[in-house]
Design a protein around this ligand. Structure first.
Ligand SMILES: Cc1cc2nc3c(=O)[nH]c(=O)nc-3n(C[C@H](O)[C@H](O)[C@H](O)COP(=O)(O)O)c2cc1C
Ligand code: SF4
Length: 681
């Protein structure tokens, strides 16, 4: 049956038929190995292809030159060795009629000199890029000649690999570094007038066209308004778009608004949760109207309804749902099957992106299969082993995920939850209005569990008898943890937990000291809520910088709140003890660095954040009754085989402990535990 869903209509991009309007824009998941897109990279894209999208723009900024060293795992487009790897990737996607392109770039100043070959990093002018801490050198004539050639040969490699096209990256990198008055201070033929500032771009596209011919698809992901006083104006940006579109040298524009040289600016281009949805869609639509040219765009178009609107209203030709596909690579297939409601929502946590800037691979906060396609399936198959009666104790992130996976595998699952609602620490985190989308992690699982017929019993503080009464074959302990105090010399009874502040069970006092030596969202969220409540707050940490467990993009809204609410931040300082003095508290602060140094703070409330201690009582009671005595064979877990050692012949059930019931970690770790252990029962 032919659908009339605007999202599912084919799109003709010159000779290329894209089967629908859904794409993933270029993003570097940092899965490359030696700069090559090997198995992990390929499986990641192939999964999206299987999930029905029409176009995957691979790589994030594959680098065309050696003096553009990989900043976050970027592919080495300058190396001939990439051709067979890209060919294999393209074949794997083409099998599902998903077209494949790649983004090529010279990163310019958006990388660091102390990587790879330690070559000098360059830009149009020597203007520092704050995010990568680089003071670039001014690109010389011989640099530009060489880089023009590098673009051309990189494009040829991609053509040789059988890709359907390429796009240049032109926001925050070298090409647009020439466009922007903020980064181009040159007085030669590459500086000054717009004609001059576009000169390098024309040289690049002309060389690429000469190399790949007129029929290979070439687009450009370009900033058309840097949206800051010193940057490229909307007027000039739109003019650039017009000139590129009418040149006959490009095939599509992929529109960006904003600049990316600081973490704060980056969240304007790629907003995280709590920030506006699709903030630049109208702007992209304006460019389409002004140029009458194929326009692609992505920026927090996270749900199908917004994506559909983007196409139906004629603002875009292809809609990018990039993080949405990191959360659920099968969006299109679900739309086609009438199962839109089953799409795992992207909750905007941006754990994915924050990780790559800290040297990790992109991982989704609540889809542990993404980037692990070789070992963790996105679609859970029914087991062909014995079907088991399983009991999951705890309906937080780990417990819900384990229950979902076990039920998908055909096991009978009963969940016992102490609270009257599911969600555990996620429900707590979602108390921050700015982060309330996190509850989608819980709600999606609850809906799946309902579909799968899983029973959840609430308000049961499960003890040994409750579990044994269900006569289980397997028990999963996902009881989470409870907050603990940091080690103090005194005053344990005087401090308030960050959880109490977040939950609202303790109101912030007038004058508050918050001590956070955990460094995650908990302390920051408590600080944000205290600041917003109008209290005077000092945020204290013994670390060299605060909240080291939170990435740069998640840092932005916290810092915004701290500045707006006058929160004072003190680093490198440890809380030693707290004592009462009248109706106030006196906190003693010490230094790890200067022995004997000490200061006091007189406040109304001391709030502490020091992670959680596992709630493991039930697990410890069940251990001697279990077949495996609670033990897990880690070698089998990683390499395959039975993960439950048979070390108690009298044991009655298999016993697993997952998530924060084992140790204080994060949401992703809990979800990963839930699925990887759930798959092994
Ligand atoms: C892990 C990750 C890496 C990214 N790397 C790049 C990149 O190298 N080049 C680029 O143009 N955009 C990059 N992006 C931005 C995405 O292409 C997209 O513009 C952004 O995620 C906003 O779209 P979304 O809200 O649909 O995710 C990256 C995004 C993510 C999540
Ligand atoms: S980590 Fe968050 S933003 Fe990234 S894909 Fe997953 S849900 Fe979306």
């Amino acid at each position: 049956m032919t659908s009339n869903d605007p999202l599912l209509q084919p799109y003709q991009l010159r000779h290329l038929t894209l089967k629908n309007r859904i794409m993933s824009t270029s993003h570097e998941p940092a899965y490359s190995e030696d700069g090559m897109p090997k198995e992990r990279y390929r499986l990641y894209h192939a999964e999206k292809a299987r999930g029905g999208m029409a176009l995957t723009m691979t790589a994030g900024s594959a680098i065309v030159s050696r003096d553009s060293p990989a900043a976050f795992g970027n592919l080495h487009a300058y190396d001939d060795a990439i051709v067979p790897w890209m060919a294999e990737l393209a074949d794997a996607c083409h099998e599902h009629d998903c077209k494949v392109m790649i983004q090529l770039t010279h990163l310019g100043r958006r990388t660091a000199w102390n990587k790879a070959d330690w070559l000098p990093v360059l830009s149009a002018s020597p203007v520092r890029e704050a995010a990568h801490r680089t003071f670039p050198k001014t690109a010389e004539d011989w640099d530009l000649d060489r880089i023009v050639g590098d673009y051309a040969s990189a494009a040829q490699r991609m053509q040789a690999a059988g890709l359907d096209g390429i796009e240049f990256e032109a926001y925050g990198h070298l090409l647009d570094g020439f466009w922007s008055p903020a980064t181009n201070h040159r007085d030669d033929v590459y500086g000054g007038s717009l004609d001059n500032r576009l000169r390098f771009t024309w040289r690049v596209i002309d060389a690429v066209r000469a190399a790949v011919g007129p029929d290979f698809l070439v687009g450009i992901r370009m900033v058309a308004d840097e949206d800051f006083d010193k940057g490229l104006s909307r007027q000039e940006g739109v003019e650039i778009a017009r000139r590129l579109a009418s040149s006959g040298k490009f095939d599509f524009l992929n529109i960006i608004r904003g600049h990316i040289d600081t973490d704060a600016a980056l969240t304007g281009v790629i907003p995280i949760h709590g920030m506006p949805s699709s903030p630049h869609l109208d702007f992209a639509g304006d460019i389409r109207a002004a140029t009458k040219f194929p326009v692609f765009h992505a920026a927090r178009i996270a749900d199908v309804a917004t994506a559909r609107h983007a196409i139906a209203s004629g603002k875009l030709d292809m809609v990018g749902m990039t993080r949405a596909h990191i959360a659920d690579p099968h969006i299109t297939a679900k739309v086609m099957a009438g199962e839109e409601h089953r799409i795992r929502p992207c909750v905007g946590a941006t754990y994915c992106l924050d990780r790559i800037y800290e040297g990790g691979g992109a991982l989704c906060i609540h889809n542990a299969a993404t980037g692990r396609e070789a070992t963790i399936p996105h679609v859970i198959a029914r087991t062909d082993g014995p079907l088991r009666r399983t009991v999951v104790v705890g309906a937080g992130a780990a417990g819900l995920e384990a229950a979902r996976v076990l039920a998908e595998r055909g096991h009978k699952v009963t969940v016992l939850e102490a609270a009257s609602q599911a969600g555990g620490q996620i429900r707590l985190a979602a108390q921050n209005p700015r982060r309330r989308e996190l509850i989608g992690i819980v709600d999606w699982r609850l809906a799946e569990l309902e579909r799968l017929g899983v029973e959840i019993r609430y308000d049961i503080w499960a003890g040994l008898d409750d579990v044994l009464a269900l006569d289980p074959d397997a028990v999963v302990i996902a009881t989470g943890g409870l907050p603990q105090n940091p080690p103090l010399d005194g005053g344990d009874e005087l401090v308030t937990s960050s959880w109490d502040i977040i939950a609202g069970s303790v109101k912030p006092a007038e004058n508050v000291l918050l001590y956070d030596d955990n460094g995650g969202h908990q302390g920051m969220t408590a600080a944000e809520l205290i600041g917003k409540a109008g209290s005077r707050l000092e945020l204290l940490t013994p670390e060299r910088f605060f909240a080291p467990e939170i990435g740069g993009m998640n840092h932005v809204p916290y810092m915004e709140a701290f500045h707006r609410h006058g929160v004072k931040i003190t680093i490198n300082t440890r809380l030693k003890q707290v004592r009462r003095d009248g109706n106030q508290l006196v906190a003693t602060l010490v230094s790890d660095f200067a022995k004997g140094w000490s200061e006091e703070r007189r406040v109304d409330q001391v709030v502490v954040e020091h992670g959680t201690l596992p709630l493991d009582e039930l697990y410890l009671e069940l251990k001697p009754l279990s077949k495996n005595s609670g033990a897990i064979d880690y070698t089998s877990l990683i390499h395959g085989g039975d993960i439950f050692p048979d070390n108690n012949p009298d044991g009655r059930f298999l016993l697993l402990r997952i998530g924060d019931a084992v140790q204080a970690r994060n949401i992703h770790a809990a979800i990963y535990d839930g699925i990887r252990f759930g798959l092994r029962i």
